[in-house]
Design a protein around this ligand. Sequence first.
Ligand code: WQD
Length: 338
Amino acid sequence: MSILLTGGAGFIGSHTAVEMINAGYDVIIADNLSNSSEKVLDRIETITGIRPKFYKVDVAIKGDVRRIFEENKIDGVIHFAGYKCVPESTKIPLKYYRNNIDTTLTVLEVMEEKNCNAFVFSSSATVYGDKNEVPFNENMPTGGTTNAYGSTKLMIENILKDVAAANNKFSAVLLRYFNPIGAHPSGLIGEAPDGIPNNLMPYITQTAVGIREVLNVFGTDYNTPDGTGVRDYIHVVDLAKGHVAAIKYAMENTGAEAINLGTGNGSSVLEVVRAFEKASGVNVPVEFKERRPGDVEYSYASVEKAAELLNWKAEYDLNDMCKHAWNWQKKNPRGYNE
Ligand code: WQD
């Protein structure tokens, strides 16, 4: 069974490639390397013993996507390709709308041409907006996204629902990720942000390794136990295994299903910092700052639907996530750049 991973050289894509190969699938990666490195392929090969077939292409270009389908018998697609930098998306929204929507439409059009009907999409908990109560469950209304990145995720979810309603052979699983962190336990693949990290864990690990001086903690006056924002951090390997279950589900079912991938537990920023210090033995200096615009107070998942439909649940705890993130950062202080 051959599965195409668009954006498969990125953080979540590369971990999913490993778990898909471990589960016995043939993996084909299409990635334009705009925010990833070809070295990932060597690392995937070291971990699994198998080198995925690789196409350096932009999946917004129809001819290139067609060529992949013509040269391979593709049974399903996991679509990671897309821009994901939240602050950049507020400054250059058209870049996000153009790329994220275009890549999705192109892949879907080629799938339709080639009669390929199983699709898994990288959506985000951000589609729950700021009006719902935690834990977020899949029946809650979506909307109220606070940035263009989040709006593209919501629009694509709606596109997929329409396509599934029109084509009774088509199946889409809309995976709503909570906060993926950690790295493969080998330390060979992990998160390699370009420039100053926006997300909490890479900022913590870069501070611990000495690249950044101090971690800014955004907001201390939230209505949470210690005043800092609460999120559902999930180990990227657990998240990757959720994709293995989701593509199987997509191949065996029809229709569009939104499914949360989270642990169901919330941790505050300060809890994550303390857990990291304990797991690494390294002190992380912090400075308390104003709230970051667009942030919600609480975000954590209801995990029942994933358990029921995918027979999947997260296994790793926050200590594992911190330990593995630190192992990756120590072994690769500059990501894939050295
Ligand atoms: C987590 C918590 C911050 C950095 C975003 C997107 C989401 C997904 C993941 C991306 C918050 C606090 C952070 C820092 C801090 N998309 N924080 N200091 O905002 O929950 O989710 O990233 O690809 O769609 O919205 O994740 O890791 O940025 O923040 O105090 O330097 O850490 O305020 O409470 P977020 P995050």
